[in-house]
Structure formats: C-alpha cells, structure tokens
Design a protein around this ligand. Structure first.
Ligand code: PLP
Length: 395
C-alpha cells in the first residue's frame, strides 16, 4: 500500500514537534525551533502557557462536553464577553475557522431570506482570499489549486480584485447579498486592505442593505495589535468569523453577528455537536484573560514596531533575497525576490519556523507575547540564514 495512514494532503516537512515551551518547539530527536509560525497564527500565548494550560486542565476534570441541547453557562459567559468587546450582539461557536465562515455565509443568506429578498444570495469575494477548505469556502475563491477536481462548486460567489472598490461596486447586481473579505489577507500574502476599501464596502452595504462579512480568522484576536483588525479601519462589520488565536491552540471558532444580521438565525437553522463546549469556553476565557486588555494590546503593537523595524533594517543587507516588509501588528510578511517556500524550508533546517504565503511572502506570525530576546534571536538567525542561502535557479 502506497498511501500513508495520515491522508497525504499536506506536504509535511521534517519538523516533527513533540513538545513546546513558550516560543520554542522541540522535535522528537530533541531539535529546538524558534516558533515564529505559531501553528499558523494560532498559539498566540506560545506553547504551554500556564494560565491557559491550567484552565483547560481544570475544566477537563470538571466538565468537558455536553450537548447544545442543554443550557450553557460557559457559552453564555464567553459569548457575552465577546459581545461586550466587539460590534456583535450574538455569537455561534464552532470548532474551526472554516465552520465560522460557513455560519457567516448562512447568516448573510438567511438575513435576505427572512426579509423576502430571496434573490439576494451572492457574496462578492476577493482574489487571493483564503476562507478555508469546505465546499462553500473553496467556492468563495477562484484559486485553481483549491478548487481543481471539486466541481460542481457552490453557486453564489463572485470573485473580484482585492482592495479595488470600483471592481467590487461593478460586480454588484440584484443578486448581491454582501461582501466577504479578510481585512488583512493571510494566505494571499499578508496584504492589509486599505482604509478606503473597507470603508467603501461598509458604505455600499449601508446604502444597499447588504451584509459586510469579515473574515478575521487569521488577523483577529489581538494579532493585528487591536482585539480585532476592523477597529483600525473605523468600521464595524455585520457578521465576522473568528478562530485560530481565539482558543490559543484549542480548536475553536466563532461567528459573530449583530442582532439585525442574525435575524434569520432562529431555532433549527444551524448547529454543531461540539461547538462552544465547556472545555473550549474555558480555553477561550483564559486566552481573553490575557489578551483582551489595553496593556497586552499595547505590548503587541510595541513588539510589532520593534520586529518590523528590525526586519526593515536587515533587508538592505540581503537585498538579493528580500524585497519588503508588510502587514499589521504581529501579522507580518517579508516579500522575497525568489520563491518564499524554498527559503521557508531552508529556515526550518536552521531551527526557525515561519510560514510561506502567496506572492512570495514569508509570513512572520510569532506568539504575541514574545520578548526582545526572541526578536533578536529571530533577526540574527534570519540574517545568518540569508547570508548562507543559495537562491535556487528559477525553474
Ligand atoms: N479564513 C482565514 C483568513 C484563514 O487564514 C483560515 C485558515 O488558515 C481559515 C479561514 C480557515 O480556518 P480553519 O483552517 O480553522 O478551518
């Protein structure tokens, strides 16, 4: 049999972590890695954070899971905390980012359904976007590598150029339900939307009674330097997907909505066996205990400035390899002049973990609580690797 027991859908590297501590991962043979990938923007408190670990341990011993058929003091408490801290009036908990997106899409469609606008079912989405891997989420993109072989895709999505308000406007017609957009595209190459773009989409939604659906799965939960990135754009969404950092490594997602946007989400319209179980809620509360305050968020912004300026200072020393730095908060991208995947692989052999993204970008997504010493170690390691790296011949 040639197939592996783990379905071979990932190009898994030689890094085989078995233990983590703060910003470090340790492989099965004792290898040490500086983890500036953080499980792709998930481990926002690093590995083995005492407050998070204790909360999970205690809740696991108390009550791990009950059905959503019962009342949920744990879910009510964390949903209220999220609503108090954000634009939202109501929250549906999921187990992943893509499930939060699925709920967001359903919420947008149901809004128009209950207002007898059943023809309004199309979400306008954007090139290079990534919303996850369910049929609905891949249907919201036009990237061949994600959709090949999975036809027929779901109808009801129209993809236009990112950060181009005119293109978004031109794509609108009588079927438009709203827009689905990442404020900072992650997989697409760490591209922050412009203020004009997001504010323009907000204005179009207000004018035409459409839903502005934000995907903050990657950029949300303090990563951008504010609790959610939309705060920096001077707008509020109608619906928003959150995940990744929200559980600090515990699988959890959330679909947040205003009361108005959730008008159609009545009993029986959606569900999840595990979503928002007591264990997940305990993890999320612990994460928010640490990150949802101005002191922590200010620290993220200060760390971001230091890391970004260190990267910017380093680039001219290796200008055969590096092009520029971009991003928001601790969601940074270094654009390379050659294949970023090859360099990210090489960095792994030097004990540094980052993540490749589109547009030859190397994503730098450290835990949000890193210290000055981690920045120095990263920059020194990156600089030494860049000096030794032999750019592969273009294929
Ligand atoms: N949306 C964005 C912006 C993401 O970055 C991701 C994952 O990378 C998803 C959605 C899907 O999340 P998940 O992999 O948890 O389903």
């Amino acid at each position: 049999m040639a197939i592996t027991p783990l379905m071979p859908v990932y190009p898994r590297s030689d890094v085989r972590p078995v233990r983590g501590e703060g910003a470090y991962l340790y492989g099965e043979n004792g290898e040490k890695y500086l983890d500036f990938a953080a499980g792709i923007a998930v481990n926002i408190l690093g590995h083995g954070h005492p407050h998070l670990t204790k909360a999970i341990q205690e809740q696991a011993a108390t009550l791990m899971h009950v059905s959503n058929l019962y009342g949920s003091p744990q879910g009510e408490a964390f949903a209220k905390r999220l609503c108090d801290l954000t634009f939202a009036d109501t929250v549906f908990f999921t187990n992943s980012g893509v499930e939060a997106i699925e709920c967001a899409i359903k919420t947008a469609r149901r809004y128009h359904h209950v207002h007898d606008n059943r023809h309004k079912h199309t979400l306008i989405t954007f090139k290079q976007a990534f919303h996850g891997r369910t049929m609905a989420a891949i249907s919201a993109t036009d990237q061949p590598k994600m959709v090949d072989g999975f036809s027929p895709l779901l109808p009801g999505f129209k993809v236009v150029e990112f950060d181009n308000l005119e293109a978004a406007k031109a794509a609108m017609d009588e079927t438009t339900a709203g827009f689905l957009v990442e404020p900072v595209q992650g997989e697409g190459g760490i591209r922050p939307a412009s203020k004009e773009f997001l504010q323009g989409l907000r204005a179009l939604c207000d004018e035409h009674d459409l839903m502005l659906v934000l995907d903050e799965v990657q950029c949300g939960v303090a990563r951008s330097g504010t609790l959610y990135a939309y705060e920096q754009y001077g707008i509020e969404p109608d619906i928003m997907a959150s995940a990744k950092g929200i559980g600090g490594g515990f699988p959890l997602g959330a679909c947040l909505a205003t009361e108005k946007a959730a008008a159609g989400m009545v009993i029986g319209t959606h569900g999840s066996t595990y979503g928002g179980n007591p264990l997940a809620m305990a993890a999320a509360q612990a994460v928010f205990d640490v990150v949802a305050n101005e002191e922590f968020l200010g620290q993220v912004r200060a760390t971001s400035e230091r890391l970004r300026s260190a990267l910017e200072q380093m680039i001219p020393n290796h200008d055969h390899l590096f092009d520029s730095v971009r991003g928001l908060g601790l969601m940074l991208g270094v654009r390379l002049k050659s294949d970023s995947r090859a360099f990210v692989s090489y960095l792994r052999t030097r004990g540094i973990l980052t993540v490749a993204a589109g547009d030859n970008v190397m994503r730098v997504l450290p835990p949000l609580n890193i210290e000055e010493s981690h920045i120095r170690e990263f920059i020194d390691g990156l600089s030494a690797a860049a000096a030794d790296y032999e750019v592969p011949e273009a294929a």
